[in-house]
Design a protein. Structure first.
Length: 381
């Protein structure tokens, strides 16, 4: 069954939902469409599934992992030169973020730093942007329901987050059939990204009880479906539930995130560790770090994960949650230490300097210092 609902944007969800794309385009009265995707999805044939529904669409397939400013500008040039009036982002977070960034960049010149979240860049995002339809092919970032895009600034070796209501896709088209051929290791890493979003959102110090409830629901979906999606990629129910968990994580982190993301971003920019895998490795270590000040919330997370927490103390419940996350890593065959992805002790000072400069730790339940960042990297090594 295909469902239509709105929160925070319009969502078209269910197996076969891609078939509704021509009608969705027609509703927008678009004359020319730009499809933003990556070469891998072109090779896999998924880009053709979309473009065959849209005769005359222009395709930009230059999306790179951890998209850079150069990637954003290249996509924007194609958008501008072809006078496209609607954009489709097809892929994981990198493709959808590139599509968002191109829509934003079209009518917003100037240094990217002026539009970053920590300087209230959304206040400068005043010009029109083309409408965007997001079609995720992974279940991790939830970018299809988010108001931000992450762009790597190679000149500074860090990730920049641009944020604003105008970046929210008008429609998130979530078809689990598009995720069934995703390799198991990517399914695992992106699924752990979704879990990290939900856990960090629930632990965030910002007040948003609605997002708290969504985060716990997303955690429950990951616990019940990720291992199945990894080991049986054609299980449509598990794939669909992971897409929902991914979207729920991104909705929940309107509350903001925490120290796991502050640690993960430098691992991507300085060491090329895929974002979801970086989050997966550091997540349990950050839960241990936060336990002294957030045991009750961690116990809630343990309950959502399916742990037997009812008759336990807050501290024991928190430990059950931490153990579950570690066990889940093993069950989906992901490494649990940074040394497995090439991180060495000599890299920790540079990583720590970048991590403390990352805004995500500001809403972590336990305040962080640069020394804390170094200790967390060391613990995860």
């Amino acid at each position: 069954m295909i469902s239509n609902f709105s929160f925070p944007n319009r969502m078209v969800f269910g197996p076969g939902a891609l078939s509704q794309l021509p009608d969705l385009i027609a509703e927008q009265n678009a004359n020319k469409v730009l499809l933003v995707t990556d070469a891998g999805l072109v090779k896999a044939g998924l880009a053709d599934l979309v473009s065959n529904l849209l005769p005359g669409a222009i395709c930009f397939d230059g999306v790179e992992a951890n998209p850079t400013e150069a990637c954003m500008e290249a996509a924007t040039d194609v958008l501008r030169k072809n006078a496209c009036d609607l954009v489709i982002g097809l892929g994981g977070g990198s493709a959808i973020d590139t599509a968002k960034a191109a829509c934003f960049r079209l009518n917003h010149p100037g240094p990217l730093a002026d539009f970053e979240i920590q300087v209230d860049g959304h206040l400068k995002m005043t010009n029109d942007v083309p409408p965007l339809i997001a079609i995720p092919t992974t279940a991790g970032t939830g970018s299809e329901v988010g108001r931000s895009a992450v762009i790597t600034r190679k000149d500074e070796g860090r990730k920049a987050v641009i944020f604003g209501p105008k970046l929210l896709p008008i429609i998130a088209l979530c078809d689990p059939e598009l995720t069934t051929t995703l390799p198991s290791h990517i399914t695992a890493a992106t699924g752990m990204d979704a879990l990290t979003h939900n856990i960090e959102a629930y632990l965030s110090t910002s007040f948003h009880p609605i997002c708290d409830a969504i985060a716990l629901g997303g955690i429950r979906l990951v616990a019940n479906n990720l291992e199945t999606a990894v080991k049986d990629g054609h299980n449509i129910e598990a794939r669909g539930n992971m897409l929902l968990a991914s979207s729920m994580g991104a909705i929940a982190f309107q509350k903001d995130l925490g120290v796991a993301h502050a640690l993960a971003h430098p691992l991507s920019t300085l060491a090329n560790v895929p974002h979801g895998l970086a989050n997966a490795i550091v997540l349990s270590h950050t839960m241990v770090f936060n336990k002294p000040v957030a045991a009750l919330r961690l116990k809630d997370i343990g309950h959502a994960l399916g742990c037997a927490t009812d008759a336990t103390s807050d501290e024991t419940g928190a430990d059950l949650a931490i153990d579950f996350v570690r066990d889940l890593l093993a069950r989906v065959n992901l490494p649990d230490h940074l040394s497995a992805v090439g991180i060495t002790e000599s890299m920790i000072p540079d990583l720590s300097q970048q991590a403390i400069a990352d805004a995500n730790h500001r809403t972590n339940p336990r305040p962080c210092t640069e020394s804390d960042m170094a200790n967390l990297y060391q613990a995860a090594l």
